[in-house]
Design a protein around this ligand. Structure first.
Ligand code: SF4
Ligand code: SF4
Ligand code: SF4
Length: 282
């Protein structure tokens, strides 16, 4: 036989070659998928269900079973007058949601959290990724949905029309903690001297992050929206002390600093004085 004889490919050999090929591709697929899902980290703006642990612990504890979302979907209020099922608040993340795949989250502008008194989502969680103690009054041992802190509502004062002087209290009226989590603050319009603004102001110590205000906001893109608390709120270092303590007051007294102000002679004058006189001291 001249030259190199072409290797015979028997059906058996083809079977194993194909098998190896598919296993290889499969294994590669599994590796790629595992890599993708582990890399598909949640956006820092992700809002988790009530009583969720802090994000890092939540991701370690949530087994992606979907029971919370199912309980949310099945709550009795989720039926309209004709018995039609309405969407639940919680969704389980899919590829492209920008949230770790298989974990629960919600988008208030689509469906906010309705702050169910019996908190079915949290009760359904088998792993304490939703920690019921976070929404249980330590004294009465009763569930208290007001204790949840899913996020905090933030007002964009540039797009909130109440800050333009227009009358709008949609967010205020939508809030389940009316006049507690969100208040309307009276502000005089210094431009006209006649009109007043009634501006929504959120108290972050009370706001639960339910997003009912965001859902109700009348602007095209909501001017009030919920952000995770780590994103929206600052943190004061432990070395800062709120207000003056007695020691400080005593020191001021001793040094006779009571009269010291931040205004020097120049800043007490009106800007017009500087324009009309050469008093800038330059
Ligand atoms: S409290 Fe109610 S509406 Fe809110 S996420 Fe849980 S089940 Fe859904
Ligand atoms: S019920 Fe708990 S463990 Fe299951 S998906 Fe929801 S948060 Fe995760
Ligand atoms: S998110 Fe909005 S509606 Fe919900 S408690 Fe906070 S201010 Fe009220």
């Amino acid at each position: 036989m001249g030259g190199k004889e072409k290797e015979k490919i028997t059906p058996r050999r083809r079977f194993f070659t194909d098998l190896a090929h598919h296993i290889g591709l499969g294994a590669m697929g599994v590796l790629l998928w595992a890599g993708y899902t582990s890399k598909a980290k949640s956006s820092p703006l992700t809002l988790r269900p009530p009583a969720a642990l802090d994000e890092e612990d939540f991701l370690k504890t949530c087994i992606k079973c979907g029971l919370c979302a199912e309980a949310c979907q099945n709550r009795p209020q989720n039926k309209d007058v004709n018995g039609k099922q309405l969407p639940g608040t919680l969704k389980m993340a899919k590829a492209g949601d920008n949230v770790t795949i298989g974990t629960p989250f919600f988008i208030p502008r689509d469906v906010p959290c309705y702050m169910c008194d019996d908190i079915p989502c949290t009760k359904a969680c088998p792993t304490e990724a939703l920690d019921i103690t976070r929404v249980t009054n330590p004294k009465t041992k009763e569930l208290d949905i007001k204790m949840m802190r899913m996020g905090v509502a933030v007002v964009d004062v540039h797009s909130c029309i109440a800050f333009w002087g227009l009358q709008c209290d949609a967010c205020y009226r939508a809030c389940p903690l009316l006049d507690e989590a969100i208040k309307l603050v009276y502000n005089r319009n210094s431009r006209t001297g006649k009109h007043a603004f009634l501006e929504p102001k959120v108290d972050p110590d009370v706001c639960t992050g339910c997003g009912l205000c965001e859902k109700a906001c009348v602007t095209e893109k909501p001017a009030i929206f919920v952000l995770p608390r780590e994103v929206a709120l600052g943190k004061v270092g432990a070395h800062y002390v709120r207000g003056w303590d007695k020691k400080d007051q005593q020191r001021v007294k001793e040094r006779n600093l009571n009269d010291i102000t931040t205004h020097d002679e120049r800043s007490k004058k009106k800007p017009i004085d500087y324009l009309n006189s050469n008093s800038l001291g330059l």
